[in-house]
Ligand binder design. Structure first.
Ligand code: DGL
Length: 286
């Protein structure tokens, strides 16, 4: 019998973390990925630090009970507010999205040879934590942070124009114009824009279009790819250290949600870029 596949736990407050899983799957060989969307308690981004830490810990512990040998916190808010607590509480490696995102932004600024300034869009809790400002400063990058609390509900409700509903998509476009207009006024030096929330990659095209309309076509950076590369690096550095194989082969996935599995099955495919299949309901309490 071959070596057991590595089990990777991935969690987000909702569907957004599927944008990270999407980038992860091609890089993790035959790993088994267990994804939890804590949809019953979404949004995390408007909650207090204490509540976010409590939710993140219970989500992570659930994944550890499912056999996770490595945890990816595919949620900026949980990474910003609870990464230290998760690392202290768990006995498995924990990867967040903020440091990889900041590194990707620093690389993009270096490539452009421009002033090292980046505009970060994220939830209220992530912005108030200043986790991005700290991670960017550690890399010599100045971050201007902008909270965009309306964007997660718009994405969760699917107001992103994919189904040809232009009236709803135009509401989202209007909201983006206001947020980006305000943010750009505060960030005259920024040359890159970091999507500091796992929901925002779904708005990437609209964000790029709005930036162009506003005459500031900043390079848009998404932490999903950078996070997936960090996970792949840990796996190759530890090759077999967790008693598992990540050899050639296709990764398998299992999905859990804490609220309507039907909604997860329907909307999750937008984030994952392919059908999510069957989703199991789990109750993690309040
Ligand atoms: N996934 C969260 C993040 O990346 C956004 C959704 C929420 O507020 O829970 O920050």
């Amino acid at each position: 019998m071959g070596a057991k596949s590595l089990t990777i736990g991935v969690f987000d407050s909702g569907f957004g973390g599927l944008t990270v899983l999407r980038e992860l799957l091609p890089l993790v060989g035959d790993a088994h990925c267990v994804y939890l969307g804590d949809t019953a308690r979404l949004p995390y981004g408007s909650k207090s630090r204490e509540t976010i830490v409590r939710y993140a810990l219970s989500s992570a512990r659930f994944l550890q009970r499912q056999g996770a040998e490595l945890l990816v916190v595919a949620c900026n808010t949980a990474t910003a507010l609870a990464l230290d607590e998760l690392r202290a509480a768990l006995t498995i490696p924990v990867v967040g999205v903020i440091e990889p995102g900041a590194e990707a932004a620093a690389d993009a600024c270096r490539e452009q040879g421009t002033t090292p300034g980046v505009l970060v869009l994220a939830t209220q809790a992530t912005i108030e934590s200043h986790a991005y400002a700290r991670a960017c400063a550690a890399l010599g990058l100045e971050a201007t942070e902008k909270a965009c609390p309306l964007l997660v509900p718009l994405v969760e409700e699917g107001w992103i124009g994919e189904d040809g509903d232009t009236a709803r998509a135009s509401v989202t476009a209007q909201v983006l114009r206001i947020y980006l207009g305000e943010a750009l006024r505060d960030a005259p030096e920024s040359r890159a824009l970091l999507l500091g929330c796992t929901h925002y990659p779904l708005l990437r095209t609209e964000i790029e279009r709005t930036l162009a309309e506003l005459g500031r076509p900043l390079r848009v950076i998404d932490s999903a790819q950078a996070t997936a590369r960090v996970v792949a690096r840990i796996l190759s550095e530890n090759g077999g250290a967790h008693g598992a194989s990540t050899g050639i082969g296709e990764a398998t996935c299992e999905f859990f949600a804490t609220d309507s599995v039907r909604k997860f099955e329907r909307l999750g495919s937008r984030f994952l870029g392919r059908p999510v299949g069957e989703v199991q309901l789990v109750d993690l309490g309040g």
